[in-house]
Unconditional design. Structure first.
Length: 318
């Protein structure tokens, strides 16, 4: 079922969903199931599965030359989605990126998803790899998420890259895209970021999932700005409970997200990460309750491969 259909079927009740990371290469899929199992009590209609593009390093050879080595640290998005749908009978939603994909790679990925009976995808540009200062598209790939959305929508209309295909079947993907309540790190302003978000909606996206935020007012203001710009699709808030002191610096640096002073001071006063984890759960629980009271369609949690803190929050909210 499509995400938009899940929302319509809920009749105004806030739903629970979460995102998982594929296991590191060499780890068993049971490491995924062990984290999903405790959360199934809260009846998620879907589970997102991130995609990690290939990265590469250069190894110095004995003759002074450099050899490019491709590293794929987290394989398995397609297989994990199939396994989730088979084991839990809920929708699995793969992320698909511009980075690392040509247009043909994208089409083949989507065909595989369609064959598996997957009804939703999240279309993202993706980040630059570590060796790049700025994002660089693949040759014959997409530079922007709006272009990726357009290709998915073309497939929904039965338009393939090979225009000479006969009797080509249409796909029927519901397309999710990312929104940034505090703007994307590369955007010059929030207004300009929303302008490009609107392009993704016009291209065919059916819903928005936000970047994590720790101040609900940022989300409410973002939704208001989107509505004023004529964006009417559901806007799903993305949440993450802070869990370690290190994240006080890591989250603002990596995700360009502000942390409220009250939260910062509470974390600073903690003696250890066990205490930080408790603060993070309490803060995110209060965020969640306020958002439910405001009537958000879904609360979407970034689990980052760990579910115990998400479980503690869901127990209080759902």
């Amino acid at each position: 079922m499509k995400v938009t259909e899940h929302i319509a079927k809920s009749e105004g009740k806030t739903l629970f969903s979460f995102e998982i990371l594929p296991p590191l290469k060499g780890q068993h899929i049971n490491s995924i199931f062990d984290n999903i199992d405790p959360l199934m009590e809260y009846k998620p209609p879907f589970i997102d599965v991130t995609y990690h593009r290939e990265e590469y390093t250069f190894k110095e050879l004995g003759n002074g030359l450099l050899k490019k080595q491709v590293v794929k640290k987290r394989p398995g998005t397609v297989g994990i989605c199939a396994a989730i749908q088979n084991k839990y009978q809920v929708d699995a939603i793969p992320h698909i990126l511009c980075g690392g994909f040509t247009k043909e790679d994208t089409e083949n990925f989507l065909i595989d998803m369609d064959f598996l009976g997957i009804d939703n995808v999240v279309a993202l540009r993706g980040d630059a790899v570590k060796s790049e200062t700025y994002f660089r598209a693949e040759p014959e790939g997409h530079r922007y998420a709006s272009e990726l959305v357009s290709q998915i929508q073309d497939l929904n209309n039965g338009k393939y890259l090979d225009e000479e295909l006969l009797n080509s079947s249409k796909t029927d993907f519901c397309i999710g895209v990312a929104g940034y309540p505090e703007k994307h790190m590369e955007a010059p302003s929030l207004d300009s970021d929303i302008h490009f978000l609107k392009k993704k909606i016009k291209a065919g996206a059916g819903y928005i999932v936000t970047q994590m935020f720790f101040d609900n007012q940022k989300y409410f203001e973002f939704v208001e700005k989107c509505r004023k710009e004529g964006i009417t699709v559901p806007i799903i808030p993305g949440l993450k409970p802070i869990a370690t002191k290190k994240q006080l610096n890591l989250i603002p640096h990596r995700f360009k997200v502000d942390l409220p002073d009250d939260l910062i001071m509470e974390v600073v006063r903690c003696k250890d990460n066990k205490a930080v984890r408790k603060v993070g759960i309490e803060w995110c629980t209060q965020q969640s309750k306020e958002l439910v009271a405001a009537g958000v369609p879904i609360l979407h949690y970034y689990s980052m491969g760990r579910s115990s803190n998400i479980e503690a929050i869901a127990k209080e909210v759902f």
